[in-house]
Design a protein around this ligand. Structure first.
Ligand code: DQA
Length: 145
């Protein structure tokens, strides 16, 4: 059994209403339900969303200590472009982490072109809308096998 944690950062709780022309019309609840539908019976997926940087740092810390998580898929939202703390938490966890984005961050504003998180991750998937999460999960599981 593989235990996977999917983390969503700030404003991703607003999916469905938030700039649907960029992020699509599915809510985070619907995206998470789709992930559960495609995940096999030997994968346990849990979810965490926070708008607060320190809570995300804490959750990554807990994932590698108390919670027996084997790997993480993370959409850090805007913290992608600013958070050394999340980068460091991923490094400290020694867990394989896949960074995902709904939108194609390299085709958007300049300030979205730099990810501070990616250097701490095993890979990055962006631009496939809600599918980015499913692709991220598949990629993560492929390295855990
Ligand atoms: C995002 C891209 C970020 O630049 C933005 O701040 C988000 C969402 C994405 O999934 O495309 O909140 O991570």
């Amino acid at each position: 059994m593989k235990n996977i944690l999917i983390i969503n950062g700030p404003n991703l709780n607003l999916l469905g209403k938030r700039e649907p022309e960029i992020y699509g019309s599915l809510t985070l609840k619907q995206i998470n339900a789709n992930i559960l539908k495609i995940s096999s019976e030997n994968t346990k997926v849990s979810f965490f969303q926070s708008n607060i940087e320190g809570e995300i740092v804490d959750q990554i810390g807990k994932a590698c200590t108390d919670e027996n998580i084997d790997g993480i898929v993370i959409n850090p939202g805007a913290y992608t472009h600013t958070s050394i703390a999340i980068h460091d938490a991923i490094k400290a966890s020694h867990l394989p982490v896949v960074e995902v984005h709904l939108s194609s961050i390299y085709q958007r504003e300049d300030f979205r072109h730099k990810s501070i998180i990616s250097a701490a991750c095993i890979g990055q998937i962006f631009g496939f809308g809600a599918k980015s999460y499913e692709l991220g999960l598949e990629a993560l599981l492929s390295v855990l096998r």
